[in-house]
Design a protein. Structure first.
Length: 257
């Protein structure tokens, strides 16, 4: 039985870690390399970087962040934001990323998933899905892009299944209505996706306490939990999350500290 992963997410803007609610009202949350190193030392199973200001000019800064983090951390790094083609995949992996997350570019060109999986392996390809409530969709959720601002008319479940069939090795699933609110994950959304794909689903958006993380694993079948706000601002520690998980019978990798 595989252990449930606890992932610390760092949204990076202009070389700094930031956090907001629903991707707006951003607050500075520290140096990303220092924070990644801290989370690694404190027991995070993975680090996820999201470059939310990914432009050609700022990409060099992000490469530097990834390279420095890879040198100082010994946990897998996932990087997303502004990845448009195979060259971006190659550059990020060469800088030290273990996995690359794609969202808008995959919606625009689903073949990119297959190309990346064929070139670098399924384990390197993470399909990020930002899902919004939409009762007109069969699953009840619609895929959005650009931080939830753009609706696509694509059913979130059908897209997850298509992405996996194209070669995505993992789904990073964010509920746009819950993101940054610290009111709990969207259990219904996570359950709909995790029960209907055969790859791990990372629950994202809304973590407010360790019990939220327990619930999304037990009730919704998430393989991993991702959080930002509660870790960045010292509300809860990674150890407290894992302790709560263990108390509820969830297998986790123990924190050394």
């Amino acid at each position: 039985m595989l252990s449930t992963r606890v992932i610390a997410c760092l949204d990076v803007h202009n070389g700094r870690t930031v956090k907001g609610i629903n991707f707006v009202n951003l607050q500075d949350a520290g140096d990303p390399v220092e924070q990644a190193k801290l989370y690694s030392d404190l027991g995070a199973d993975e680090i996820c970087f999201l470059d939310i200001s990914a432009t050609n000019e700022k990409r060099k800064t992000m490469y530097d962040v990834i390279s420095k983090t890879a040198d100082s951390c010994f946990v897998p790094l996932t990087v997303g934001g502004g990845v448009n083609d195979i060259k971006d995949f190659r550059n990020l992996l060469n800088c030290g990323a273990d996995k690359v997350s794609i969202n808008s570019s995959a919606v625009k060109n689903p073949e990119l998933i297959k190309q990346a999986a064929d070139k670098f392996g399924n384990q390197c390809v993470v399909l990020a899905i930002d899902a919004a409530n939409n009762d007109k969709m069969n699953s009840g959720y619609e895929v959005t892009t650009h931080g939830g601002r753009n609706k696509t008319g694509i059913d979130a479940l059908l897209w997850a299944q298509q992405g996996v069939n194209f070669g995505a090795g993992e789904i990073l699933l964010t509920s746009m209505s819950a993101d940054g609110t610290k009111k709990g994950y969207n259990l219904k959304l996570t359950k709909v996706i995790s029960e209907n794909v055969f790859v791990p689903v990372i629950a994202s958006g809304g973590a407010g306490s360790p019990i939220d993380m327990v619930e999304v694993v037990i009730k919704s079948g998430a393989s991993a939990v991702l959080a930002a706000s509660i870790f960045h601002f010292g509300i809860y520690s990674i150890k407290s999350v894992k302790d709560e998980m263990e108390k509820n019978g969830i297998l986790v990798r123990k924190c050394e500290n």
